[in-house]
Design a protein around this ligand. Sequence first.
Ligand code: PHE
Ligand code: NA
Length: 445
Amino acid sequence: MQRESWASKLGFMLAAMGSAVGLGNIWRFSYVAGENGGGAFLIIYLASILLIGIPLLLTEVSIGRRAQSDVVGSYQKLAPGTPWFLAGFMGIGAAFLILGFYSVVAGWSMFYLWNYLTGRLFSVPAEGYGFVFDSFITSVYQPLFWHGLFMIITIFIVLTGVKKGIEFANKLFMPTLAILLLLLAAYSLSLEGAMEGVKFLFQPDWSVLDDPSVYIAALGQAFFSLSLGVGTMMTYGSYLSKQHSLPGATVGIGIMDTLFAVISGIVIFPAVFAFQVAPDSGPKLVFIILPDIFAQMPFGGFVGILFFLSLTLAAISSSISLLEVPVAYLIRVNNWSRRFASIVTGSIMFGLGVAASLGMGVLSDVSPIGNLNIMDSMDFVASNIFLPLGGLAMAIFIGWYFTKREAFDSTDLTNSPLRGLWYIMIRYIVPVLIIIIFLNALELI
Ligand code: PHE
Ligand code: NA
């Protein structure tokens, strides 16, 4: 069977940006930044994006494009008879873990969308938004309903195929989300006490840098946000033909994704301080802050509808990219139809999400890792361990397994003045930084 491909380079760009921009920029970025001290975290995060993320993004996409195969197949094709393909399986494992909980959180966003549509969240409920949210996520069936619905939508788009499904879904909603975020940022900055939040986000408190977990959190957030280290970008790259040049495209994706994160920080933190919520409130942060902002602003109910609509759609364009990783693999290896592969994979992920969702309530005593609940444990293993290790593998693969010629050829850097810089980054700096951050987190150095 003929493999699929993007209709155009623009199609690839939109899909890759759609994958990158999602709940990671708004929901995950703000609570991870809030938990890790704000400004100093932001600096480590930006450094991770620049020094590790963007060079690796180019690397990952180019491996896929060169091999024209899924994440396992790419390694097998380019390094036959070696154990490199195991890195591909780690990526598939990460895709299951991430989409497992990602679809639960996306379900929360859909629940909010629904409640804005019905007008129920337009004004602050008597018990406050925090209470409404807590009683929702700790209940059994309601979050599972939205999680299931979100998963069905994701499966449906993926089974309609790369061009029609994924490419189309990305074209409309990114601009809407960008415009809304800018509008909200302006409004948030006008709140009384906003400066406090601006300071929190931009004025580094260097003392937090003594804690090694801040570096691993920033690195994990950089990988998560750029959709890096799973094989998503490799798989998307494999639907791209050789005639399109990559370096500019990947830098563009990196910048775009980072802007979305920083701007949502400018939305969230001024409001966090204005409404006197603790910045380290964890995963529920945006879900209690945003409704408070909407309740205050003119036409807030309408803004709420638009916001949660575009957040949900941004989540969909990321979730389809996660589902596509195992689906592409299963289509090739088992000769399954796209339809069958999407349904089987999506159902397993739904099951993982059920555990994550129940872990907020009835199973809240279950802590697979340390004192983390089920969802946070899945996120921790995937984002802070699997993704950086996946990225490390890609860097070593292209930096040391490929010849220098092959490395430049597959990244389209052969005639670029930046090729030397990229090569040093990917061969030495990226691997060393990732290893140092890991050893540091294990308190070995
Ligand atoms: N980058 C996406 C986001 O920020 C999440 C994601 C991670 C998507 C890994 C694909 C792979 O929401
Ligand atoms: Na992102």
